[in-house]
Design a binder for this molecule. Sequence first.
Ligand code: HEC
Length: 277
Amino acid sequence: MKINSKALIISLLVVTFGACSDKATSQEKQATTSSKADNEGLTLIKNTCYACHNPNTKSHDDIIAPPLIAVKKRYSMAYPSKDEFVREMTNWIVNPTKDMALMRGAVDKFNVMPNLSISKEDAEKMANYIFNNDIEAPAWFAEHEKQQHGNGKGKGHAGQGGRANAWMSEIALVDGKKWKSDDATMKHIDNLKQIIAENKVLDDEAALKGLAKKLTGELDLLFNDCTMEGPDHNALHKYLVALINKKDMLRKVDINKGWKVVARIQEQLNDYERFFQ
Ligand code: HEC
């Protein structure tokens, strides 16, 4: 009875994972009162998403896309409010493009998700379901999380570890409204992008330090010219702390890691316009 014992092991693993989460009970309650739309959402997800985002994979090596629970975590970090979460995920499902991807590590590893020609209405049902409900996790997921992301310096997937992008949740948009940037700061952010674009050849540690120095110079100008105030300024401050931490890493890492840090700085610069306008 090979199949039966396998099924038993899987269900045991699922139970064990469930037991780790204190939230499970309250969210289960929520799930029992879930609306018809939620049920439709789940059916749609099973039919259209599990082909790739399959929660029943046996190991991390089997997967062809990140599990939905990881996707949910990533979106919750960037979009803590339900409105934003549902809106952004709906946009993604209807029209996935490399430029808009949050999970850049996954894009590098699996390639960008294909367009599945899903209607906005169906996409909204699925996004709502994902926000409202506990998402089934593959049995290997908890252990993988601990190893990859648990110790704070986890490399995550290609440098997408939670801590590196903590600034995104710190300055999460309220009701989708971006923070107001002044023109001078916008210009300096563009200049920083330019500096990175012009310094693509980084073949030794001296080159990394040289790049760090140029970025520092431009950041000093940014501080001098900045006229932002109040909550917008606070958001900018948090954004810049994260950027400066990355920049400072350039002085500490070897050339093999250096380009990854540069890529992350570049990503954060590109993300400016998602949070400020
Ligand atoms: C053909 C395989 C495939 C199918 C089917 C699929 N996805 Fe994906 N999806 C991927 C891959 C690969 C990624 C990781 C790369 C990326 O982010 O584009 C991904 C990433 C995502 C992301 C994260 C996007 C980001 O910001 O990086 C979301 C959200 C998502 N999928 C939702 C869904 C939903 C909901 C469905 C069902 C309607 C679905 N996917 C169906 C392959 C698929």
